[in-house]
Design a protein around this ligand. Structure first.
Ligand code: GLU
Ligand code: MG
Length: 444
């Protein structure tokens, strides 16, 4: 028995854990799980467990539905809100085919392939995510509503607020699960919050995002609230982003740092940034996966619309945050992703785009420090500032044309993803929205 397995079994005994949730995600990043009693854990850790994946979105057809879950022992964590005889822990799993090969429909495997590509070039990617979310009231019968729980604003200190209480409990739960929470604050909009946890290698951060969303939703529900990571739940106020801080490391050195550059960025960082810009259309199809995602990417709400980078400008797609320890913390912040994305797929796309920039030595455009929302269309055109896709439709078209990103997704995920997203778009086209009724019913 490996030391790690021994360690987990000991923790299970010590904490009197009754059940283990074996967790993985579908192609949309929605967590799924199979529960086993603690007594079965040793055999599952050693040999994996068979399960029927036929009804998981983006997995197999009925005839080929037998798959295996192989737990990743690095991801063992106890759900701190479970008590007594139902004390539960979870382990994140890789999905395997019966013959032991990785299942090509497993999003975590897509990210692992991208990581392997980076390793071949000698790089490790680190990522830190700032996932924003809204807390809404639940109706007495438990359904989510759009009713705000507070009237708070950015960094407000408002002790009587139910959202604050829920957020404090979320932070405690996250910390008990091994997260290092760096900051938690009220965001710009009423009922909107942000909790930042420490950056890590990109696989761990993607795992953490899935866990984070689950913990936030679980703790909110225990406070009679509904947490949503929907990118733009309310028109006319800020939406929720998931800004992602990125750096590449070579061993113990930050490969993005160069003290001689005015922005502190190395050639590697500039090529990586240029790679993101080159592939941003297809990245958007994964990092902004919903019809609703494109209602956030509009001018005036601190979300990016144009393809540009800068140091302080919050209207830019990519920002280079200032730092007083630049040797270690030089990084770029991609501001377009939203928290509804599947982080495994979105981060795989970002990583291979950056690597493509490095391989081809792509050069980044000049930074744009002005507020781009205020530039006219002519000024933007003159300076070659393009726009992010304006709709899911446009983003999917960009994805289909992008050889690097379609290659990392692989045929299986690409086909299932496009199928599902085109179905979603079609449903949207068929819907007659309240806006249309209000706008047209009486005038025409
Ligand atoms: N909520 C904004 C967004 O949609 C970001 C606000 C901020 O800068 O934190 O990206
Ligand atoms: Mg924020």
């Amino acid at each position: 028995m490996s030391k790690q397995i021994e360690h987990i079994l000991k923790a299970v005994k010590e904490h009197e854990i009754g059940f283990i949730r074996l967790q993985f995600t579908d192609i949309f990043g929605i967590p799924k799980n199979v529960e086993i009693p603690a007594g079965k854990l040793q055999s599952v850790l050693e040999k994996g467990i068979a399960f029927d994946g036929s009804s998981i979105e983006g997995f197999m057809r009925i005839s080929e539905s037998d798959m295996y879950l192989q737990p990743d022992p690095n991801t063992f964590a106890i759900y701190p809100w479970t008590m007594d005889s139902s004390r539960t822990a979870r382990i994140i799993c890789d999905v395997l085919l019966p013959d032991g090969r990785p299942f090509p429909g497993d999003p975590r495997y897509v990210l692992k392939r991208a990581i392997a590509e980076a390793e071949k070039l000698g790089y490790t990617m680190y990522a830190g995510a700032e996932a924003e979310f809204f807390l809404f009231r639940r109706t007495p019968d438990g359904h989510a509503s759009l009713e705000l729980h507070d009237r708070g604003g950015y960094f407000d200190l408002n002790p009587l607020d139910r959202g604050e209480e829920a957020r404090a409990d979320i932070v405690v739960a996250l910390e008990k699960m091994g997260f290092e929470v760096e900051a938690a604050h009220h965001e710009v909009a009423h009922s909107q919050h942000e909790i930042d946890f420490r950056y890590a290698d990109v696989l761990r951060t993607a795992d953490n995002i899935v866990t984070f969303r689950f913990v936030v939703k679980t703790m909110a529900m225990r406070h009679g609230l509904h947490a949503t990571f929907m990118p733009k739940p309310i028109a006319g106020i800020n939406g929720s982003g998931m800004h992602t801080h990125i750096s590449l490391w070579r061993g113990s050195e930050n490969a993005f740092y160069d003290p001689k550059d005015p922005y502190g960025l190395s050639a590697v960082a500039r090529h990586f940034l240029a790679g993101i810009i080159e592939h941003i259309g297809a990245i958007t199809a994964l990092a902004n996966p919903l019809v609703n995602s494109y209602k956030r990417l509009v001018p005036g709400y601190e979300a990016p619309v144009n393809i540009s980078w800068a140091r302080i400008n919050r209207s830019a797609l990519i920002r280079v945050p200032a730092s007083n320890t630049p040797e270690t913390s030089t990084r770029i912040e991609l501001r377009s992703p939203d928290p509804s994305c599947n982080p495994y797929l979105a981060y795989a796309a970002i990583l291979v785009s950056g690597l493509d920039g490095i391989r081809r030595k792509l050069s980044a455009p000049d930074p744009v420090e002005e507020n781009i929302y205020e530039l006219t269309r002519e000024e933007r055109e003159e300076r070659g500032i393009g726009s992010l896709p304006g709709s899911l439709d446009e983003a999917l078209t960009a994805l289909k044309q992008d050889k690097i990103i379609t290659a990392i997704l692989g045929e299986h995920i690409l086909e299932k993803y496009l199928e599902a997203k085109e179905r979603e778009l079609q449903e949207y086209r068929l819907a007659v929205t309240p806006w249309e009724i209000e706008r047209y019913l009486e005038d025409y």
